[in-house]
Design a protein around this ligand. Structure first.
Ligand SMILES: Nc1ncnc2c1ncn2[C@@H]1O[C@H](COP(=O)(O)OP(=O)(O)OP(=O)(O)O)[C@@H](O)[C@H]1O
Ligand SMILES: [Mg+2]
Length: 297
């Protein structure tokens, strides 16, 4: 399995490195997004790659972009990543990159929750609500919500945690019309994806979408979509409310990190080889279960 911790494409200008993706300019209207094998947990990037993880994420996103393309336009251009880099750089992009429209990112992340877990469960226990949305009493951890909830978060600056905001605050920041459009599309995307995933024995507990605007102000789905990094995936056959269900995402690493006395700020602690191996296995299992096909590596 070809592993890539950090890309080094010299033939294109580097725009920036996120926690997981390296972005390069392709002309002035497109970007090459290379999904590396970096893993971030609690917003801190681990020092070890999870070999092949970037390929899994890239192919998961591609899968969903195609499946959900009828709901909203997305950032894909169809340009082959291999065609925009130098011949000796092709290995760095194969199976793990896209050439996307360069959009103006909307600085609000669109979180949709179908089940009550994670920060939503914490919030509910303290306030009976998630992000200010009042819920019926008596819900258990991991229970299915009466309907999917849209709980926006402000996209944080580098090194900061994203911050939950109310829908009213989202309207203040980006305007009521765009906020409503993002909410409605996000719920539609989640609902369609959750229906499909159910046929593959997977529960999508929650997920996060990112959107951007093109030069004409048209809303596009961008970034990664319904991956094991941006979503919680639970195998339906071992799902039970009342506990935090086993998952196909980085919960496994988070659980390991919770056993350490670590302040959840950089530098990250070293990951033991068996945690790396098991995490890798979970990402591979996720794509196989979801798409019914092995990773195309
Ligand atoms: N089509 C696009 N046009 C412009 N920006 C995009 C597009 N698709 C994704 N991005 C941005 O590229 C970056 C992807 O990198 P990555 O997912 O590693 O970042 P992150 O760690 O989530 O966030 P940050 O950039 O704040 O570190 C994100 O900032 C995302 O918003
Ligand atoms: Mg990201």
């Amino acid at each position: 399995m070809n592993s890539l911790y950090e890309s080094t494409i010299q033939s294109l200008p580097l725009l920036g490195r996120g926690k997981v993706r390296d972005n390069y300019a392709v002309g002035d209207d497109k970007i090459l997004i290379v999904t590396t094998d970096r893993l971030s947990a609690f917003d801190v990037v681990m020092n070890e790659p999870i070999p092949g993880k970037g390929m899994v994420l890239n192919q998961m996103s591609d899968f969903w972009f195609e499946k959900l393309g009828h709901i909203v336009p997305n950032h894909l251009t169809g340009v082959a990543p291999e065609s925009v880099v130098a011949p000796d750089e092709v290995e760095q992009v194969r199976g793990r990159a896209v050439v996307a429209k360069r959009l103006k990112p909307i600085m609000v992340e669109a979180v949709v929750r179908g089940y009550i877990i994670g920060s939503g469960w914490k919030d509910y226990q303290e306030s009976g609500a998630i992000c200010g949305i009042q819920l019926p009493a008596g819900l258990r951890q991991a229970d299915k919500l009466p309907q999917p909830l849209f709980t926006p978060a402000a996209k944080a600056d580098i090194g900061e945690h994203d911050e939950n905001i109310s829908f009213a605050e989202m309207e203040n920041r980006i305007g009521a019309e765009l906020a409503a459009k993002m909410r409605d599309i996000s719920i539609q995307l989640y609902t369609a994806a959750a229906e499909y995933a159910a046929t593959r024995g997977i529960i999508i507990a929650d997920t996060k979408f990112e959107f951007g605007l093109d030069d004409n102000g048209v809303l596009h789905l961008m970034d990664e979509v319904l991956t094991a990094d941006s979503s919680r995936f639970w195998p339906a056959d071992s799902y039970a409310p009342g506990i935090s269900p086993p998952s196909f995402d980085k919960q496994f690493v988070r659980d390991y990190l919770e056993t350490l006395t670590w302040g959840k700020t950089a530098p990250a602690p070293a990951l033991p080889q068996d945690v790396i191996d098991k995490t890798q296995a979970k990402y591979f299992e996720a794509i196989e279960r979801l798409t019914g096909e092995k990773l195309k590596a």
